[in-house]
Design a protein around this ligand. Structure first.
Ligand code: PLP
Length: 353
């Protein structure tokens, strides 16, 4: 894409903060590894990337991003087994990041800055990758407008940054979802299919409503008819109805890497999968007939999040206990075996660094 080869300059941090972190109890998204990568776009081109000590950045209050959210991000993970460390399908995140950039009128990130930068960064902070089951180093590449100008226009300057933080074993307490018939997170022609910052700001209010009613998150419906299931919280969703896995078709939903990965693993397991519209009426009928066997969210942070119950129009649909589920738990353990390098990876997903 970008013929120019970019350098990755490395300025190692003068000291490590790794001893300040209790790796037996890591809170999500708070402790950042020693290094970060920064690259700047100006005068129509990307400069070299610099890996430097994680630290504050300097901006004026007129920074365009703060006002108009011209900002996109990715979320991915690195895994370690002893001395070996891997990225999981990083090319999928790279492609998606540039799709997000295009939609937000931002310049594409050069492949060498993203991929080589990611590898160098994780290599440097390899000791920060926790090794206990379920834990990993969460990687957050993001790009944002840096013009200091409050008029509305595309920024002419941008920063691309990657930060990373160790994340502990996610002990998945099954989640309770509440269908929201009124608020939506996405609609045709909108930005639901990309990872732009604004998508998350608009979802907070519905989430607060769900939490105030005793649920964990929202089961979002489509933006036109408020009838078809789209996503849960910030995850894609799968159902198992009478032995068949069903997930919403692409369109206004975010095309998750986990969603794609689970599709491939379902095929490997011989579980039939349908990608199509799923109405809440269909879910209700399946539940009443005793055929709604499983529901689970799929996303990088939680991987597979089992759903315990779904609140719909004042009635709770309780799902069978996790121990009785055949699909979600099997997907999670198969995926973990591959990601921690415990079994061969027949799919070429693991990129060793
Ligand atoms: C990131 C995200 C997902 C999950 O994508 P993964 O690539 O699997 O992490 C699903 N829905 C939304 C809205 C997201 O932002």
């Amino acid at each position: 894409m970008d013929a120019v080869k970019h350098k990755i300059q490395i300025h190692p941090a003068p000291f490590s903060r790794i001893n300040e972190v209790d790796f037996s109890d890591i809170p999500f998204g708070k402790n950042f590894a020693d290094h970060m990568l920064v690259a700047e776009y100006a005068d129509g081109k990307w400069g070299d990337a610099v890996i430097q000590q994680y630290g504050d950045m300097d901006f004026g209050p007129s920074l365009a991003t703060l006002h108009y959210a011209q900002s996109v991000f990715e979320g991915m993970k690195a895994f370690r087994n002893g001395d070996r460390a891997w990225l999981f399908r990083p090319e999928k995140n790279y492609e998606r990041m540039n799709k997000s950039c295009e939609r937000m009128c931002m310049p594409a990130i050069p492949e060498d800055i993203f991929m080589d930068g990611l590898k160098e960064l994780v290599r440097l902070d390899k000791q920060w990758i926790p090794t206990s089951e379920g834990s990993s180093l969460y990687l957050r590449p993001f790009c944002f407008a840096t013009d200091e100008y409050v008029g509305i226009r595309n920024s002419s300057t941008y920063k691309f940054v990657i930060i990373c933080c160790p994340v502990g074993a996610y002990y998945p307490k099954p989640v309770n979802l509440l269908v929201n018939r009124e608020l939506v997170r996405a609609f045709p022609g909108g930005t639901g299919d990309i990872k732009c910052a604004g998508n998350y700001a608009i979802s907070l209010y519905g989430t607060r409503q769900a939490v105030s009613k005793g649920y964990d998150n929202v089961l979002w419906l489509d933006g036109m008819e408020h009838k078809y299931v789209e996503e849960c919280g910030t995850m894609n969703i799968f159902f198992v109805i009478d032995g068949v896995a069903v997930t919403p078709a692409l369109g206004t939903i975010l095309e998750g890497v986990t969603r794609d990965t689970l599709k491939i693993l379902l095929k490997e397991m011989g579980v039939p999968l349908e990608e199509r519209k799923i109405s809440v009426d269909e879910l209700k009928a399946a539940h009443e007939a005793g055929k709604l066997q499983e529901a689970f969210g799929a996303g990088t942070a939680a991987t597979v999040a089992h759903v315990a119950k779904i609140g719909l129009d004042g009635v709770d649909m309780e799902l069978p206990p996790i121990e009785q589920r055949k699909v979600g738990p099997a997907l999670l353990s198969r995926l973990n075996d591959i990601r921690y390098g415990r079994v061969p990876d027949p799919f070429g997903w693991m990129i060793e660094i």
